[in-house]
Write a protein that binds this ligand. Structure first.
Ligand SMILES: [Zn+2]
Length: 447
């Protein structure tokens, strides 16, 4: 019996190195990685023409919107953007309308996503008002919880340490991680009042109103709480040298903590605000060069766990507003992450091993996804084929995302995702989405 598919003539990244081989896929999974002569016959054969073949990206920080925010992005447009960017699994954040914060809202989101997604999707939940509901949310399939410290999203009063500790104990019992947006609400509110009082409404005022110290203080506070329980805390988008320092200290102390950084915090700094204005408005804000240097240093030392796009699409009119306090923060990153990172690989600032570890292997580990994140026999066939030598300019007007604008528009890059396979199915071919809405799956927590 022939297998479903064979991809041959590839340079496959597997077990930490690139091998010239082919890959047999059956029932959505990788059956075999071997030289052509040792591969089974297949119904479909695709010649990958010597292109580098990587595990599909697992993006742990994506806002797919939909529902009442579908004008910004929906499950189809968001996952089409993912497919175009070589991302095979997006993990959806809960700050939706309605907020994902109990088993009912989660189930509804999954129901809507199921018919629309072209890459796999997993879901975060915010904390429910009644912490007793945590197990039912996990049983429904949430892979992690998200805690926002800069404002209350979900049912938890964020300034109440006792409540946070109870919440941490609950999720620790369920063995799911809690992802934290670490910016201290008290500092943010005080700084913003200061800026508004001074009549400031420019992008630099926005950055000043969210200082690095707000990040560091929030991280220190969470670390202090996490010391008393077995919880796994994942810090989202660490952006500053002082924030990073607080995180690394906890890691050194042996706490179960991980962190992610975003391409925009690595590649942009506050001086870019002049050029990009609110297009580069993001939470946490862009920092100084000193901060980006610290992030790069930690990344190269292997101290950063994951790279995440923090894909946060908005309508353009939500960016083009008079006062920065009215502007929506966020960058649509699903279609730029991999090209930007491949460019870093080409220019020698990142190795292909680091890339695979930061974008696939570690995100899979953080989210307890045992059969994804690596190209190996038995795993799901979630694959991105890239053209390492292709040079081009990022053109945001061609994005599949509804947010077809970006500070990276016009940037010269080298390296392009040319095919994306999800669960063994070709979903993107040379920039075109070739799978039907609903072709991919909801990935649920399995314990
Ligand atoms: Zn986010």
């Amino acid at each position: 019996m022939p297998v479903d598919m064979v991809l041959h003539n590839a340079k496959i990244y597997t077990s930490g190195r690139i091998v010239e081989a082919g890959l047999a896929i059956d029932d959505g999974r990788i059956l075999k990685i071997a030289k052509k002569t040792n591969l089974p016959s297949a119904s479909t054969k695709i010649n990958l023409r010597g292109h580098v073949t990587l595990p599909g990206l697992i993006d742990p920080h994506v806002h797919l919107r939909n529902q009442q925010l579908a004008y910004k992005e929906d499950f189809f447009s968001g996952t089409a953007a993912a497919a175009a960017g070589g991302v095979t699994l997006t993990v959806d954040m809960p700050n939706n309308r309605p907020v994902t914060m109990d088993s009912i809202s989660l189930r509804e989101r999954m129901r809507l996503a199921e018919r629309r997604v072209v890459v796999n999707v997993a879901f975060y939940s915010a904390f429910p008002q009644k912490l007793e509901e945590v197990p039912s949310i996990v049983k429904e399939g949430a892979v992690a919880f998200k805690l926002y410290l800069q404002e209350q999203i979900g049912g938890l009063e964020v300034d109440d340490d006792k409540l946070l500790l109870q919440a941490f104990n609950r999720v620790a019992n369920m063995r799911v991680p809690v992802a934290v947006h670490a910016e201290d609400r008290t500092i943010l509110e005080a700084k913003r009042r200061e800026m508004e009082k001074a009549g400031r409404k420019d992008v630099w005022a926005y950055a000043k109103a969210r200082p690095p110290e707000a990040e560091a203080r929030a991280i220190r506070r969470i670390v202090q709480l996490a010391k008393d329980c077995e919880v796994h805390v994942h810090f989202c988008h660490v952006s500053s040298a002082v924030g990073l320092h607080a995180f690394l200290r906890a890691k050194k102390d042996g706490l179960h903590v991980t962190c992610e950084v975003t391409p925009h915090h690595l590649l942009l700094s506050a001086e870019h605000l002049e050029r990009y204005g609110t297009l580069a408005l993001v939470n946490p804000p862009l920092r100084t060069r000193k901060d980006t240097t610290a992030l790069w240093y930690a990344l190269k030392q292997g101290l950063i766990d994951a790279l995440a796009s923090d894909h946060a699409p908005h309508a353009l009119q939500e960016k083009n507003v008079e006062s920065v306090w009215e502007a929506k923060p966020g960058i649509a990153g699903l279609e730029t992450t991999l090209p930007l990172l491949l460019t870093e690989v080409s220019e020698g600032r990142l190795t292909i091993t680091d890339l695979a570890r930061l974008t696939s292997e570690k995100p899979a580990e953080i989210l307890n996804l045992k059969d994804r994140g690596r190209l190996k026999e038995g795993n799901w066939a979630d694959i991105v084929v890239v053209s390492m030598n292709r040079k081009y300019k990022i053109d945001a007007s061609n994005f599949h995302s509804k947010a077809n604008f970006s500070p990276f528009d016009g940037w010269r890059v080298k390296g392009e995702p040319i095919m994306t396979f999800v669960n063994g199915q070709l979903v993107m071919d040379k920039g075109e989405i070739v799978a039907k809405p609903g072709a991919s799956q909801i990935v649920r927590w399995k314990g």
